[in-house]
Write a protein that binds this ligand. Structure first.
Ligand SMILES: [Zn+2]
Length: 380
């Protein structure tokens, strides 16, 4: 095939996808959660929900809305006994794509943009059964905004991909494993003070048992100091007590907010305006220069507004995650990621002071040697 031929085919494929998207008809290869095509029954692909798969998908979505970690969500798919559409094992990235797919609420996206209705300027709602409401989908996008930016700009996710590329997957995984097991890796600071009175202040690292140490430990991460270490389980327990106390005072009576973003209506108007501007140019009311000027201003307002919505739902989710806090929730509902997040809302650091001179390393654990540094807001 000549190059021109290839281009033509490509264009045809794009146009097909675009036309289908505009019509809002289900297309593409089968998505997990929906039934595939059946010629005998005249059933198109991705129109009707698959009962077992859509149930698991909805449960996973609820976990994501509750702020559960991706590891927890991946495990949920694993436990379901169902397999991905293309076979193989469940993995984080494809699940993240699945749970942020606008098709979940009937929307469609092409080249990173939602397909909008030409008349109303609202997102086009497709002709298939859905898993969630548009509000829920926006909330999920809010939650995932550190992983996905729909405009394709840099995100934690792209930075992670870059890191994996440069450091090699294995190294990065080891690093992630090392921090995953320990609750206080980013909070604990070495409290060693040298003869000139300088505090070491290095972050402490979690490490497994080794040599005579039969327990996991936190140890000063600065190789030039390395002078303070403490049993991890005992430090975690002592700090947990402090954090649970503060969170109970602050959040046990708080109700979760479920507000709709205040700008929905004006965003709809801005989108309708986008259409008007286009029409005005087409019908000769605007010159090309005017058209471009109005278009740029309108585009900027729309993207500002969309960013605002994302931020709104992300903040709401962050606040809701602690509302109705209880000790029971901490122990039974929070996973490691949520516990870390909760600790970080209360404490900015904990200084681990060295054992006083003359005290034996085998002496009983002394919580008085842990000095919590509270975040400004939390010192009630
Ligand atoms: Zn140190």
């Amino acid at each position: 095939m000549g190059e021109r031929e290839v281009k033509k085919v490509k264009r045809r494929v794009t146009r097909n996808a675009r036309d289908h998207a505009l019509e809002g008809s289900p297309t593409g290869r089968r998505r997990f959660g929906w039934k595939g095509a059946d010629k005998k029954l005249g059933r198109p692909t991705n129109k009707y929900l698959h009962p077992e798969e859509s149930k698991v998908l909805r449960e996973a979505l609820d976990l994501a809305l509750k702020g559960k970690s991706w590891a927890t969500i991946v495990r949920h798919f694993g436990k379901s006994g169902l397999t991905p559409v293309r076979g193989g094992k469940w993995a984080t990235t494809p699940i993240q794509y699945m749970l942020t797919n606008p098709a979940l609420c009937g929307y469609r996206m092409l080249h990173g943009e939602l397909i909008l209705d030409r008349e109303t300027g609202d997102p086009k709602v497709g002709d298939w059964e859905t898993i969630c409401t548009p509000e829920e989908w926006h909330k999920l996008i809010g939650r995932c905004s550190t992983w996905f930016n729909l405009d394709g700009s840099e995100t934690a996710y792209t930075r992670y991909r870059q890191k994996v590329k440069t450091q090699g997957k294995k190294n990065y995984r080891e690093l992630a494993d090392a921090t995953r097991r320990f609750l206080l890796t980013n909070i604990l600071r070495c409290g060693y003070i040298d003869d000139d009175g300088n505090l070491c202040g290095a972050k402490m690292k979690g490490m497994g048992p080794s040599g005579t140490n039969k327990h996991e430990r936190y140890r000063c991460g600065d190789p030039h100091c390395n002078r303070v270490s403490r049993r991890a389980d005992l430090v975690d327990k002592a700090i947990e007590i402090v954090v649970i106390k503060v969170l109970t005072t602050q959040y046990s009576a708080a109700e979760p907010e479920d507000k709709k973003w205040y700008g929905e209506e004006s965003l709809t108007k801005l989108r309708a305006r986008r259409q008007e501007i286009k029409e005005s140019y087409k019908s000769g009311i605007f010159s090309l220069a005017e058209y471009l000027e109005f278009k740029d201003a309108n585009d900027a307002q729309i993207s500002e507004s969309e960013d605002d919505r994302k931020k709104f739902y992300a903040e709401q989710a962050a606040q809701n995650f602690l509302s109705g806090f209880s000790e029971e929730k901490w122990h039974n509902e929070y996973d490691m990621r949520q516990k870390r997040k909760a600790v970080a809302t209360v404490l900015s650091a904990v200084i681990v002071h060295p054992l006083p001179k003359g005290r034996a390393k085998s002496a009983q654990f002394d919580p008085e040697l842990l000095e919590p540094i509270y975040k400004a807001k939390s010192t009630k």
